[in-house]
Write a protein that binds this ligand. Structure first.
Ligand SMILES: Cc1ncc(COP(=O)(O)O)c(C=O)c1O
Length: 324
């Protein structure tokens, strides 16, 4: 339903209901800006100052990586003042994958809800939201799931919340149960699923594009795609390490495949933008993040090992000639 930031807001309406003592939101430092704005504006909506309520867990030891221990420590430190722990599944900047299950368990232990923005995780890594007991999640489908920019987004609510009458929710007719939706009654009967959070008529064209994409994923098989994804990005790490004898760049993404998806972020020390701009004419679609980060994401559906070889070769040439 809707788009990602809209879904995040709708779910936070339900899962961020601060009290005078429990009002903090713990999130990652350098979360995607839209998430930061959503968090800050939700806090303000309740008349609270975000500076007192938004706790960003910082990476440690001069690295860009926020360890699970850092996160659990922060949750334990703020304990019963924490209302919500909100993380991404995979950080958009570093490509770091967070341990959703452990973060959720720590949030629950502190008596807080756990929610996740899966923009960079959906279609990229294996997710098991139900078994991990995640309270809610939302994601867009235009990154790894290929449904086209601005297409329909997704939302997950754990089934344990479905019959919770105390949970507040913004409601509209499309969230009303199908069995009596068209009876046009005054009383809202929630659909017995995350669909209760839907408000408006489903946008058919966007859903059609998304369905077409999901059918391709089903045909390929997600487990096989993840296996190939790991092999592709392992090879990318190998090739990058091979060409980086002169330390021209730093790989921000953890090398361990358990701590990342297929995205690999490179902090390029000199002439980063010039090198990035030179990739496209070589047919390489990378992604740029200020001030000097190039993101590469070999995706298993359509990228090949040969393309990684060609990327590494081109990148090396550009690094060697970029000072000229
Ligand atoms: C992590 C993350 N959160 C939120 C958004 C915002 O998505 P939307 O424009 O669909 O609301 C994005 C978009 O790139 C994102 O990467």
């Amino acid at each position: 339903m809707n788009h990602l930031t809209v879904n995040l807001h709708l779910l936070m309406i339900s899962f961020y209901q601060p009290t005078t003592t429990r009002y903090k939101i713990i999130c990652e430092a350098k979360a995607f800006p839209s998430d930061q704005y959503a968090i800050q504006s939700q806090i303000k909506l309740h008349g609270i100052n975000p500076e007192n309520a938004m706790i960003e867990v910082q990476p440690g030891n001069g690295s860009e990586i926020i360890t699970t221990a850092n996160i659990i420590e922060a949750i334990e430190e703020y304990g019963d003042s924490v209302a919500l722990v909100l993380f991404s599944g995979v950080n958009y900047y570093t490509g770091q994958k967070f341990d959703i299950e452990k973060i959720t368990a720590a949030a629950h232990k502190a008596g807080a809800f756990a929610g996740f923005d899966l923009a960079h995780a959906a279609g990229n890594i294996e997710l098991n939201l139900h078994n991990w007991k995640v309270d809610f999640a939302c994601w867009c489908n235009y990154k790894y799931l290929n449904s086209g920019p601005g297409t329909i987004a997704g939302a997950f609510v754990h089934e344990k919340h479905i019959h919770n009458k105390d949970l507040k929710r913004l409601e509209g007719w499309w969230g009303n149960d199908m069995s009596n939706r068209f009876k046009m009654e005054k009383t809202f009967t929630p659909s017995p699923s995350a669909e209760a959070w839907q408000m408006s008529t489903a946008p058919m064209m966007l859903l059609a594009a998304h369905k077409a994409s999901l059918e391709i994923f089903d045909e390929a098989g997600f487990t096989d795609l993840v296996t190939k994804s790991k092999a592709l990005s392992d090879y990318l790490f190998f090739a990058l390490n091979h060409i980086n004898q002169s330390q021209a760049f730093t790989i921000l993404t953890p090398a361990n495949p358990e701590e990342r998806g297929c995205q690999v972020s490179l902090s390029v020390h000199n002439n980063a933008k010039k090198i990035f701009d030179a990739l496209l004419p070589h047919g390489i679609f990378a992604d740029w993040r200020e001030p000097n980060v190039i993101r590469i994401a070999p995706v298993p559906l359509y990228n090949t090992f040969e393309e990684i070889f060609l990327f590494a070769q081109t990148f090396q040439q550009l690094l060697n000639t970029s000072n000229v």
